[in-house]
Design a protein around this ligand. Structure first.
Ligand code: CO8
Length: 257
């Protein structure tokens, strides 16, 4: 399917979604979310896809929500049109999504990256929540997710001053999982995604669900949840195959991938 605001391709069991509004530094318009959400719907349903990579351009992952589209809104139209709900689709995706970030990830761009399961950053990446400069504040989870990633002090600093964080600071603070040279970003993210997509899909999805639980519940409830899903994995052929393959000193041949 052809989209106006994104490019999609698949390589093996990995889907690559590239935000594609270069003239606006991938500003996140409502039309872009229509495309992105449709692509996520189709890849989530596609049994041949095990992992998704979301990226932007060399200059910008995304420079935020589309300010030109938002400027005329009033609080009433924002409320009535449910402005931000379409953004939540990314965080509800059941298969893992890796954000591959080069250049600017600002405002809604930073929030979108944080909705993914983890972030691989190019050495050129710059993260920020500059909404304060526009007389507003983060509205797609930035005050909540950034605080959980980097802690209160840095999150307050970023949101109240609007300053940007470079890739090194983002890695040091736990916002990104690793940094790679910019020209290797997409290939590295695709390799990482291919590795994940080659695993048993039920185990992958249950790990994602369990790690996400850590943000939503208490330690004891989270551990109880983890134990239940861990037990349930013993009902899969892949558990039997994975452990037998280890004993036989061979690679596992997972059925559910
Ligand atoms: N929205 C719309 N257009 C944008 C945006 C944006 N967020 N960012 C850049 N552009 C456009 C510029 O207007 C410009 O267009 P034109 O050529 O037509 O003038 C083009 O992209 C290139 O941008 P610049 O000329 O500014 O490029 P520079 O290299 O000089 O600067 C920056 C790059 C520093 C990234 C600069 O463009 C910038 O500061 N952008 C805005 C960053 C920002 O404030 N982001 C936060 C937006 S608010 C937000 O994200 C809130 C999310 C909450 C949820 C929202 C639900 C809808």
């Amino acid at each position: 399917m052809a989209y106006e605001n994104i490019l999609v391709e698949t390589r093996g069991r990995v889907a690559l979604i590239t935000l594609n509004r270069p003239k606006a530094l991938n500003a996140l318009s409502s039309g872009l979310f229509v495309d992105l959400n449709a692509a996520l719907d189709s890849f989530e349903a596609d049994e041949n896809i095990g992992c998704i990579v979301l990226t932007g351009s060399e200059k910008a992952f995304a420079a935020g929500a589309d300010i030109k589209e938002m400027q005329p809104y009033t609080s009433v139209t924002a409320y009535l049109t449910d402005l931000i709900t379409p953004w939540e689709r990314v965080s509800r995706n059941r298969k893992p999504i890796i954000a591959a970030v080069a250049g600017y990830a600002l405002g809604g761009g930073c929030e979108l990256a944080m909705m993914c399961d983890f972030i691989i950053a190019a050495d050129t990446a710059k993260f920020g929540q500059p909404e304060i400069n526009l007389g507003v504040m983060p509205g797609a989870g930035g005050t909540q997710r950034l605080t959980r990633f980097v802690g209160k002090s840095k999150a307050m600093d970023m949101c109240l001053t609007g300053r940007m964080m470079d890739a090194a600071e983002a890695e040091r603070s736990g916002l990104v999982s690793r940094i790679v040279p910019a020209d290797e970003l997409v290939d590295t993210a695709m390799d990482v995604a291919a590795k994940i997509a080659d695993m048993s899909l039920p185990a992958v999805m249950m790990i994602k669900e369990s790690v996400d639980r850590a943000y939503e519940t208490t330690m004891s409830e989270g551990v109880r949840f983890e134990r239940r899903v861990f037990h349930s994995l013993f009902a899969t052929e892949d558990q039997s195959e994975g452990m037998q393959a280890f004993i036989d000193k061979r690679s596992p041949n997972f059925r559910n991938r």
